[in-house]
Every structure is written in structure tokens, then in C-alpha cells.
Write a protein that binds this ligand. Structure first.
Ligand code: AHR
Length: 839
């Protein structure tokens, strides 16, 4: 068929939402200290190995647990298992000695905000060094500022040097340290004479002496606009054309205990006086990247700040603590103080602190979000309180609720919706906002990402997200704000995947989604135009392996086959089984999971899951035993198995239900359930003589209605059950007879949105088809024949990487045949921006 897109330039629908594309920054994957905030010394405050507030560290120090028992990877303060495995053991993360000894000092600290100092005994020539974030990155010709708060036992000469692992020196500086009872600050400038990204900062004493270190910092002199943030990372943000910045989280706002909940007051003032605390993502922040720094970044990039405040509870996804009334009031006061810091006059308490920090003029503060991912009656009570007080004091600020609090009769200006899901979900939800009640709150898609499926951070993800965003753009009368999540990933400290921008201690790249979103955000127009599309439909392509689940022990199975070939059990996800003469019987005991055995933290987390308290079962809540067959993802296949089971034992045959080779999603701590949760699979469930075909997905509400059929089954014997999958659906057979059939929603191969300003019509075409395709573009006005294009096109599994940063990037071009009606050739799997000049 001829694909066509009609753009009605005379029919403007509504103005574009000014702030539609923004950023969500959360300190995850060590993206704060050692990332956007380019501190080069890891554990600069010596507090990393201290037990996270309100928690207990278990046994051998591999994990900590909060009061509710939620476990986080700890590894003596090194964080996640992989991070710990990458460095030689040290009791004080980041720090090592030679010809010296070191110990934590918990009493004599720099000030009452510091919980630890480092006591070092040097022999003459002894050395103390820090290995930074996977190395101290030394750039030839660059200058670095180092400061150290110290107390010395006697006069000594301290040498600070930038060195390679082999001892080669790239620059040094000396200080004479005199013995004082008080803390003294030593400042050094180090000029690098060579390059080494695996460097270290070394402190060498010229004689036998004791030194107490209270706080340290090593930073590049050159930062974005001199405001202390890493220039190349900020430039990446700038180049994505953001209109707002949501900060500082995310779950870190909530914390996993009262002590680890984010408090504004801990993030302002001199950095050595800012208390540190553990974040959700398995490390401690020194809060150098604080409230002022975020606001300054917003100002520097002309973004509207969106401050997310804790509303009096810790993270509900991690066994929440509901703070008592007094603490809720404290957090409300924190929020008020934060707003006064941003907006108050210089003679107010917090306005004066802003002035003191070098910014007498008020900052902007357009949006405030009350809580993060909170819900339920406890949230609503807190939301209502915060909303009332904050709105009264700051009526011009737009407040955002974490959920649809309007349904409980609460004033709700904007509701924040989060979507982490598969490509199929994003394609299927292109039009979801069309049905939203226009008299209800406006919508903020505050976090979204394709993070499930066969590949992550690939072109396939970028395409699916772009389709969803085109849908959001067509509904920007109600969808006012969007931000991908998470934003940054330090590739040496990954706690969550995928992330929009990936960096290490000296380089950076954007994943395909970064380029797609940047293109969408740069090309906005002023008014949304009416468009009509007539395009081919494409069946969804699901991938995965088949599985068998049941709720009660005793199900027997044999002769599992995939495409006629005998298929082994490849994964036992829950429960167990025994085999006798080729007949398998499902058992409830012997729960095990193929991932067990990887690490202690992993095993402990699994124990938690398996104890039933946090079972990653949401995808199949009715299944206590679950095995999967086959080792490779499959698209179109026939799975056959002989089954005998009791009528009251709900049995499920799942298709495309697990990705054996995908390291998908979040791994906190290496959560094996994530693979299960992030797969959107299809199941055929047989329960009490009824067959149900349905879509299952952990993250989705309002899934399509299941189809139900009464089935004739002889439960006294083995029957052969077959699921035949193909692109676009599957068929279910019993003993060779077709009993049920499921068709999946097809997607248009081209999604569009058109906007215009006085001179230009901007047409966005997202093409998910597998071949280059002609589209007829029809306009109701004349345009110049020459038009500019920007195209992001690649294979579905194409990704960017440190080695190949620009594998998937947009390409600028021109067409010369534009006109009232013209043909545009859209490349396979592409995001296209056409800028047509009105004449
Ligand atoms: O973006 C990562 C996390 O996902 C955020 O912290 C949280 O809000 C969501 O659950």
C-alpha cells in the first residue's frame, strides 16, 4: 500500500507544551561524586565504610539491611559486588598505604557533621594514596586543585603527587605542615605533565609522623562555566535541549530509612560541612552536588528547576518507614527552607546563605514534586499537607503529585507517571494519552525507558520511545513534561541499566535514545498541527523462550519439544522438580535459581526473595513452580509438551517469557527478578477447565482484557499441549486440536507528529518498518523544494559504546523535492525530522 501522511497546516490543534522535554537527574551509578560533580578522590570523607544510617551490616559486610529487612549491596563500603571485585581489598575504600598504616578515627573528626577521619602513621618516605573512581584521571596540561584538612603530630613536609600505577609522576607539589592542635587546610595546585586515566593521588611524608586527615578533595580547575561541574557531561546535557531539570531523585529522595532520606539542609554550605549519607544505589554521597549546584546548573542551561522533596516516608518499594508527624513536619520545613534558599530575599535566613554561596539573585523554581513514586493513603495524607502549606506560601510554583491524587479528591495540578517497559509496550501505548480526561490533571512522564526486552540501550529502544514521544507530542495539551530515566551511568559503577548518557572518568557517549530524544527536543515548532496517516500495520515481534508454570506441586510433564526437537529445561526459575524415566514432576521444595552462586550479596538477596517476602513473582503471582525451556531467544516457534495435572492446579504455558541472554535492567543487587519483571510475555493459562490467553507484565496496569475459553480436558491422562507462535500472535492446541488463538495488536509502521511556527513546518516521522519505505507527504500549503532533514537510522540491535561512541548518531541532510505533495523515502528503522520552509 502507499503510505501517506497528510499535514493540515490550517488546522492548528494547540500550542506546544513549552517544557515538554527535560532531564531527570538522580545520583545513581555514581553519577554525582566522580561524575557530574567531578570529585576525583573516592571516599574523600573516609565515611564510605560506615554503616548506612538506620541499617545494620550483616555478617561478613557484604550487604546491609534496612529496618524493614530490605537488602542492599555493601561490601565494606565498596558498594556492589562487581565494584568491589575490581579493586584490591582495603578496609577504607579508595585509600591504600605503603610504608604507613591507616585507621579510621571516629571521635576526632573535622567538625560535628563529619563522622570519620583518617589516622595515618607514616614512616619516613611512607605513602598514602587514593585510586579515585576507577583511577584518578590525569590529563596532560590540566590543573587540579587539591585540599586536605589535616592535623600533624610534628613539623613535616607533605608531598602531593599525581602518579601512575607504576609510580611515574605527572606533577607534584609540597606543603610544610606544622603541628597544630587545630585542623589546618592545605591547598595544592597540581599541573599535569602527562596523561594517565588510571592514575592515583599520592601523599608522601618526609619523616616518621602521624597525620590525621579530616576531609580531602581533588577537582579539575576547568569546569563548565567555572561552576564546578564536569564540562563534557554538562555539554551532553546542553546538547539535548532540555527545558527543565528534575532533581535530586528518584528513590534517593525517599531513602531506605529515615536517616538516608534526602534532606535539603545536608546539601548546602561548605562541602566539608555537608553530612554524607548512603544512597539507594549502594554508595555514599558527600553531597557536594547539592541544592545550590543543581539550581546553578539549571540557570547555566536555562532549564526550569523541578525540585523533588521527601514528603515524610522512605522508599515504598524498599519496605518503607512512615515518618511520624513530628518528622513529617521537619521534612515539610526542609522543603520550605529549600524554597526560601532558591527564591527568598537576601535578608531571609536561607536567602542569605544563597548570597553567601555567591548567588545573591534568587534562582528560578517553577516546579516542585511532592515525594517520589509514593502512593496510597499514607502518601495522600502527606501530599495534602505539603500541597496546602507550600501552595499557600509559594502559589506560583506548579506542584506535581506522584500519582492521580485527584481521584481521592485532592488538588492535583500535574500527575507524574513512570514507564519502564519493553519496546512492545511503548509501541502499544502511542495513543494512551488520547483517552485522558482533559479536565483532569496535566501529565508528567517523569521517568520512562525501554529497559526490558532483548537488547537494551539499542536502536530498537530508541525507536519505541520515539513512537511513544510522538504520541505524547500529539497530546501535549495534557502531557506537559517528559524525562527519560536514569540520565547517567558511570560505566565503572553500574547499578542500573540502561541510562541515557554513559561515561567513565574521561569519556562520554549517548545511547541511541539520547540522540533520538535530543532530535525530538530540538525540533519543536509553536503549534501542533492536525495530521492524518494511512500506513501499513506491522505485527509486533516478541522474543523469548517458552516456560511452564503451575501453582501446586504434582504437575507431570514429558516430551518437551521446540520445533519438534527435544528441549531441555534451561532454567528453573522457582520451585523444583524430580525426573523419573523421562517424566518430570514439579515440586514446591528445592527452590533454586540459576543465578544463585554468583556472589554472597546475590545469594543473600535471593534468600530474601525466596523467603517469600520479596519474591520477584509479580509477573506470575499464581505460579509457585516455573521452568523454562531452550537457550536462545526465539520469535516464531512451536512448543509442545505432554502434561498431566489435577483440574484445580492452575497451569500456565508462557511464551516469549524470559530472555536467557539479556543482561537487562536494574541489578540492585544483581536482581535476577528483573529479567522476569521486565519481560512482557504472553501466557496461556489453564485453570479449572478454562483457558485464558493474556499479556503479563510486571510494570503495567490496565493490560488488555484476557480471552477466556472453556476447554474439554481429560485430566486422568497425559495430553499434548502445543503453543505455536508467530509474529502477531499465537495458537494453542490440545492433542493437535486448535482450542484458542490470540492476536496481538499491530503497530503502524510510521508514527508522526507535525508542528509549525511562522516559517517552518516540522514533521517528525518515526519508521519502525524493516525496509526503506516511500511515504507520500501531502500538505495544504506551498513549501520550498529544499528542506533539511535529520535522520537517526540503524539496525534494531545497534548500540553505542565506549569503543564505538558514534555508531548510532543522527545525520543531517537535505531533500530537494518538497512541495504540496511529495514523496519522502524513509530509511528502515529510522527517526526522521523534516523541516519544511513555508513560502
Ligand atoms: O530511575 C531509577 C529509579 O526508578 C528511580 O530512582 C525511581 O524513581 C524509579 O523507581
Amino acid at each position: 500500500m502507499q503510505n501517506s501522511v497528510t499535514v493540515k497546516t490550517k488546522e492548528t490543534r494547540f500550542p506546544v507544551a513549552e517544557d515538554l522535554y527535560g532531564l531527570f537527574f538522580e545520583d545513581i551509578n555514581r553519577s554525582g561524586d566522580g561524575g557530574l560533580y567531578p570529585e576525583m578522590l573516592r571516599n574523600r570523607s573516609f565515611e564510605d565504610s560506615l554503616t548506612p544510617g538506620g541499617c545494620r551490616v550483616e555478617g561478613d559486610g557484604t550487604i546491609f539491611k534496612n529496618r524493614g529487612g530490605w537488602p542492599g549491596a555493601f561490601n565494606h563500603g565498596e558498594g556492589m559486588d562487581d565494584w568491589a571485585a575490581a579493586v584490591p581489598y582495603t578496609p577504607i575504600p579508595g585509600w591504600y598505604v605503603q610504608g604507613a598504616s591507616m585507621a579510621l578515627e571516629l571521635r576526632e573528626t573535622l567538625n560535628d557533621k563529619r563522622e570519620a577521619a583518617l589516622r595515618v602513621h607514616f614512616t619516613a618516605g611512607g605513602r598514602l594514596w587514593n585510586i579515585g573512581y576507577a583511577g584518578v584521571p590525569v590529563k596532560n596540561g590540566a590543573s587540579y586543585s587539591l585540599y586536605i584538612f589535616v592535623k600533624a603530630s610534628e613539623e613535616m613536609i607533605l608531598r602531593a603527587s599525581l602518579e601512575g600505577e607504576d609510580g611515574s609522576c605527572y606533577g607534584d607539589s609540597f606543603a610544610v605542615v606544622r603541628p597544630f592542635e587545630n585542623w589546618q587546610r592545605l591547598d595544592f595546585i597540581l599541573r599535569a605533565t602527562g596523561e594517565n586515566f588510571k592514575g592515583r593521588l599520592v601523599l608522601t611524608a618526609d619523616r616518621n609522623c602521624d597525620l590525621l586527615l579530616g576531609f580531602t578533595s581533588l577537582m579539575p580547575k576547568e569546569t563548565f562555566k567555572g561552576h564546578g561541574l564536569r564540562a563534557d557531561l554538562v555539554e551532553m546535557l546542553q546538547n539535548s535541549h532540555p527545558k527543565f531539570l528534575r532533581f535530586p531523585g528518584g528513590c534517593i529522595v525517599e531513602g531506605f530509612s529515615k536517616e538516608t532520606a534526602m534532606r535539603f539542609s545536608n546539601t548546602i554550605g561548605p562541602v566539608w560541612k555537608r553530612p554524607s549519607h548512603n544512597l539507594m544505589w549502594h554508595y555514599r554521597t558527600t553531597n557536594g552536588l547539592g541544592f545550590h549546584e543543581y539550581l546553578q546548573l539549571c540557570e547555566d542551561l536555562d532549564m526550569e528547576p523541578m525540585y523533588v522533596c521527601n514528603c515524610g516516608m522512605s522508599c515504598q518499594a524498599r519496605v518503607a518507614e512512615m515518618f511520624n508527624d513530628e518528622t513529617v513536619d521537619e521534612f515539610l520545613q526542609e522543603a520550605l527552607n529549600a524554597l526560601e534558599y532558591a527564591l527568598g530575599p537576601v535578608d531571609s535566613v536561607y536567602g542569605a546563605m544563597r548570597k553567601e554561596a555567591g548567588h545573591p539573585e534568587p534562582f528560578r523554581m517553577k516546579y516542585v514534586e511532592i515525594g517520589n513514586e509514593n502512593w496510597g493513603p499514607e502518601y495522600e495524607a502527606r501530599y495534602e499537607k505539603f500541597y496546602k502549606v507550600l501552595k499557600e506560601k509559594y502559589p506560583d510554583i506548579i506542584y506535581i503529585s506522584n500519582c492521580h491524587t485527584e481521584k481521592s479528591g485532592l488538588p492535583t495540578e500535574i500527575a507524574d507517571e513512570h514507564y519502564y517497559n519493553t519496546p512492545e509496550f511503548f509501541l502499544e501505548n502511542e495513543n494512551r494519552f488520547e483517552s485522558y480526561d482533559r479536565s483532569g490533571p496535566e501529565i508528567f512522564v517523569g521517568e520512562y525507558a525501554v529497559n526490558g526486552g532483548n537488547t537494551i540501550a539499542s536502536m530498537e529502544c530508541a525507536l519505541a520511545e520515539a513512537v511513544f514521544l510522538a504520541g505524547a507530542e500529539r497530546n501535549q495539551d495534557i502531557v506537559k513534561l517528559t524525562s527519560y530515566a536514569p540520565l547517567f551511568q558511570n560505566s565503572d559503577y553500574t547499578a542500573w541499566k540502561p541510562n541515557l548518557i554513559v561515561f567513565d572518568n574521561h569519556q562520554v557517549y549517548g545511547i541511541p535514545s539520547y540522540h533520538a530524544i535530543s532530535m525530538m527536543a530540538e525540533n519543536r515548532g509553536k503549534e501542533v498541527l492536525e495530521t492524518e496517516t494511512q500506513v501499513e500495520m506491522k505485527p509486533p515481534v516478541y522474543k523469548g523462550i517458552p516456560g511452564l508454570m503451575c501453582s501446586k506441586p504434582g504437575l507431570q510433564f514429558k516430551n518437551a519439544r521446540i520445533n519438534g526437537e527435544a528441549a531441555e529445561i534451561a532454567q528453573t526459575i522457582y520451585g523444583g522438580w524430580k525426573e523419573e524415566n523421562g517424566v518430570y514432576t514439579m515440586l514446591e521444595e528445592e527452590r533454586h535459581h540459576p543465578y544463585i552462586g554468583k556472589s554472597d550479596a546475590w545469594n543473600k538477596a535471593m534468600e530474601e526473595f525466596q523467603s517469600g517476602r520479596s519474591r520477584p513473582m509479580a509477573q506470575s503471582p499464581d505460579s509457585l513452580m516455573w521452568v523454562a525451556f531452550g537457550k536462545e531467544d526465539l520469535e516464531e516457534y512451536t512448543f509442545t509438551i505432554d502434561l498431566k495435572f489435577e483440574k484445580d492446579n492452575p497451569v500456565t504455558l508462557s511464551v516469549w517469557n524470559f530472555h536467557p541472554n539479556t543482561d537487562a535492567g536494574c541489578n540492585e543487587p544483581k536482581d535476577p527478578g528483573w529479567n522476569l519483571r521486565s519481560v512482557r510475555n504472553q501466557v496461556w493459562k489453564i485453570e479449572n477447565g478454562r483457558g485464558t490467553t493474556e499479556t503479563r507484565s510486571f510494570f503495567e496496569r490496565n493490560l488488555p482484557e484476557p480471552d477466556k475459553t472453556e476447554l474439554e480436558i481429560d485430566y486422568t491422562r497425559f495430553n499434548t499441549y502445543t503453543v505455536k507462535t508467530y509474529h502477531g500472535g499465537y495458537e494453542c492446541y490440545i492433542n493437535g486440536i486448535l482450542v484458542q488463538k490470540k492476536s496481538l495488536t499491530k503497530h503502524p509502521i510510521i508514527s508522526t507528529v507535525a508542528t509549525a511556527d511562522e516559517d517552518t513546518i516540522i514533521l517528525k516521522l518515526i519508521h519502525i518498518g524493516d525496509a526503506d519505505t516511500e511515504v507520500e507527504i501531502c500538505l495544504d500549503c506551498d513549501v520550498a523544494p529544499d528542506a533539511s532533514t535529520e535522520i537517526l537510522a540503524a539496525e534494531l540491535d545497534a548500540v553505542n559504546s565506549m569503543e564505538n561512541k558514534y555508531n548510532v548518531i543522527p545525520v543531517h541532510g537535505e531533500i530537494h523535492n518538497a512541495g504540496k505533495t511529495f514523496t519522502y523515502q524513509t530509511p528502515a528503522r529510522s527517526i526522521n525530522i523534516l523541516r519544511l520552509r513555508k513560502i
